[in-house]
Design a protein around this ligand. Structure first.
Ligand code: FE2
Length: 482
């Protein structure tokens, strides 16, 4: 018997017009906002009773010691970089362990260099045809408010890119009752950037996607980090999906907030770009950075940096549980989570953020949703540093709802629901249309065709997973109304 249809949730409201400058407090020049007193209550409830307080203090001491060791190791550390074939066909355990410890991976040659350069040419042509396109900074556009160009549609739907997305999702584990399909990537339309040599304006400092204060405030989101918040950070597994799929990442309608659970953020390179040329920088130990990010607001410093040596300032004895303030450093409402040497000193980000290795057109970079990342402040290279942002998004009911709304934006060639609103590309020439999304997996990912119940499942998983898969795919079809 077919289950009765779910009551449709209302479509998201369109956002105000704007560009990426409105997403981060630091890009828009805002000072740290004081959070309302209810966040002190929240903090106190997380810090909990005496037993939890003791566990947190113990966890903080061991974590900050580990971070100091890690900072010394990082200078010697290289980012994992592997070929498409290695990743898809024969990943070694060592390779998988490395990716899981680091949280970031470069996958080489996902599409051919020739194809990627052709996409870049086509994008430039599209921009030339439509000079009214918005971008950041407004006087020399480099992060374009473009979502529906034909090369973007083609890159998101490329079979090898979708295979990488599936392989990335399979790094996560899930319990059988978690309503998520890790075999079914969805499309999340995002912008593209073509950064010119010499640019220093798009200096996106260290930040984490997927909301800021929501990680603590939303009980579902908070449950993902429960081990950390109980002081047992070494037991935290960043690769367990848990309740991530149902977490509220956007409680304040933030300009940069993401309406889907994005397991990995990623980009596809359209240029030959290396360190110092405006590439991505990441902190390369995921368990430690998640633990520190989540524990940091629960502690406050006793003696300030000015009064002590650097080591004495960071020592566990100089930090105590904060039961008095509503401060959540770098976590303003409706803005992205930012981190720096003042707000998160133990990470020593000014020396521990490492640049990605040199990439060629057609290579992809991927980073786990909890990874602290930044864009190099200055682009000192000679050529453009160009990427299309394409994440890896699993099928969940919440993600299907977003794709339903995004489909409407796509069909009207307006910006997707998460992005600054306005007419977008609706009056543009040469915009991608529904007929440009080809192939069942790509059309499923865009919510354009109904999911069937076998496609995309490997044989050995089919028997075990079929029931769960059927449930989530059925649910998605109801949400999508197809
Ligand atoms: Fe980001």
């Amino acid at each position: 018997m077919t289950p009765p249809p779910l009551p449709p949730t209302p479509r998201r409201k369109e956002r105000k017009e704007g560009d990426i400058g409105s997403v981060f407090a630091s890009l828009s020049g805002e000072a740290e906002a004081v959070l309302p007193p209810r966040f002190l209550d929240l903090k106190r409830s997380i810090i909990g009773d005496e037993a939890n307080q003791a566990a947190l203090r113990k966890g903080w001491a061991s974590l900050t010691r580990r971070l100091a060791q890690r900072a010394d190791e990082i200078e010697a550390k290289q980012q994992a970089a592997i070929t498409y074939e290695e990743f898809i066909e024969r990943p070694s355990k060592q390779l998988i362990d490395e990716i899981k410890s680091c949280g970031t991976v470069v996958v080489r040659n996902v599409v051919s260099e020739e194809q990627a350069l052709k996409w870049l040419d086509e994008i430039r042509e599209y921009v030339k045809l439509n000079p009214q396109v918005k971008g950041f900074p407004a006087d020399d556009k480099q992060v374009f408010e473009l979502y529906w160009s034909k090369p973007q549609l083609a890159a998101r739907a490329h079979p090898r890119s979708m295979a990488v997305q599936r392989a990335l999702l399979s790094l996560f584990s899930r319990s059988p009752d978690t309503p998520v399909s890790l075999e079914t990537p969805l499309t999340y339309a995002d912008r593209l950037r073509i950064r010119n040599p010499g640019d220093a304006k798009f200096a996106l400092g260290p930040h984490i996607d997927g909301g800021s204060i929501e990680r603590w405030e939303d009980p579902t989101y908070r449950s993902v980090y429960e081990r950390i918040l109980r002081g047992k950070w070494e037991e935290f597994d960043a690769w367990e999906i848990g309740a991530r799929g149902e977490a509220k990442q956007n409680m304040y309608d933030g300009a940069g907030a993401c309406g889907v659970f994005r397991a990995f953020q990623g980009w596809t390179s359209l240029s030959d770009t290396g360190p110092t040329e405006g590439t991505l920088r990441v902190y390369p130990f995921i368990q430690e950075m998640s633990a520190y990010t989540l524990m940091r607001p629960l502690f406050k410093v006793i003696q300030s940096r000015a009064e002590l040596s650097h080591d004495a300032y960071l020592a566990p004895g100089n930090w105590e549980l904060d039961l008095e303030t509503s401060r959540f450093p770098g976590s303003p409402l409706a803005r992205g989570q930012e981190l720096n040497d003042d707000t998160h000193p133990h990470l020593a980000l000014s020396r521990t953020m490492v640049s990605l290795p040199r990439v060629k057109p057609g290579d992809q970079a991927w980073w786990h949703c909890d990874v602290i990342h930044a864009v190099e402040a200055e682009h000192r290279g000679t050529g453009p540093s160009a990427v299309m942002y394409i994440p890896s998004v699993p099928l969940t009911a919440q993600n299907a709802e977003y794709v339903r709304d995004q489909r409407e934006s796509f069909l009207a060639a307006r910006p997707p629901p998460d992005f600054p609103g306005g007419v977008g590309e609706s009056g543009f020439q040469g915009t991608g249309r529904e007929e440009d999304v080809v192939g069942l997996a790509a059309r499923n990912a865009m919510g354009l065709d109904a999911f069937d119940f076998h496609e995309g499942l490997s044989d050995d998983e089919r028997a075990i997973r079929e029931k769960d898969e059927r449930a989530i795919r059925e649910k998605a079809n109801v949400v999508l109304g197809i």
